[in-house]
Design a protein around this ligand. Structure first.
Ligand code: SAH
Length: 212
């Protein structure tokens, strides 16, 4: 099957210059991660509903966040918010070990099936509240949040290896969220860089799960 290429904005605020990321986007069949009724929009540069009031992220945003993370093959990566599994599949093109957490059990199960369906074996999916991280697998070299938190959950910062990077949408509501890059120094110092305005679904607190 000839797969259409994902489209990007014409004049993006942050250009995606890393060819490995373009290659990863070419390699992962996004149509396998979107609900059937949206298959014709699978390669458009737009977020799409995946049920349970959640969305698969816009491909450009997936690319920008992945680029900011600076993933290499040896990196151990933690994702908070598996959703469809698409971002995890992109990360797995670049890194050998991807650990992804999802609060909604149905989404975690579906993402796992989609990932195995494309023979992606580098991703482990866990149904859990991702704001607690994945303590048994810590520390992580890279951490990515794909849902917006009011602030970086402390356990995630603690589970980031010194020298590591974290990318997260931070903010309480859609109008004020910012994408933030956090770098942890080898002395565990914290440097935060504000990247751009974004709109992500919120990080859900356990026990307040959404209905389909
Ligand atoms: N990375 C996803 C985007 C998913 S949207 C993709 O590529 O499709 C964000 C996801 O975060 C949703 O699936 C939502 O259920 C999940 N989420 C929200 N709060 C969470 C929490 N506390 N722990 C883990 N996942 C959470």
């Amino acid at each position: 099957m000839i797969r259409p290429k994902v489209t990007f904005p014409r004049s993006p605020s942050i250009p995606v210059t890393d060819s490995a990321i373009h290659e990863a986007l070419m390699n992962v069949p996004r149509h396998r991660f979107v609900p059937k009724q949206y298959a014709d929009l699978a390669y458009a540069d737009t977020a799409l509903p995946i049920g349970y009031s959640q969305t698969i992220s816009q491909p450009y945003m997936v690319a920008v966040m992945t680029q900011l993370l600076c993933v290499n093959v040896h990196a151990k990566v933690l994702e908070v918010g598996t959703g469809s599994g698409y971002q995890a599949a992109i990360l797995a093109q670049l890194a050998q070990h991807v650990f992804s957490t999802e609060l909604i059990p149905e989404l975690a199960a579906r993402a796992f099936r989609c990932l195995r369906g494309i023979d992606c074996r580098r991703v482990r999916v866990r149904h859990t509240d991702g704001s607690a991280g994945w303590p048994e697998q810590a520390p992580f070299d890279r951490i990515i949040l794909t849902c917006a938190a009011p602030a970086v959950p402390e356990p995630l910062w603690a589970q980031l290896r010194p020298g590591g990077r974290m990318v997260a949408p931070i903010g309480e509501d859609l109008g004020t969220q910012r994408l933030v890059l956090l770098c942890k120094g080898i002395d565990s110092s914290r440097i935060e860089k504000d990247i751009m305005a974004v709109q992500f679904v919120p990080l859900i607190e356990q026990g307040l799960g959404q209905q389909p």
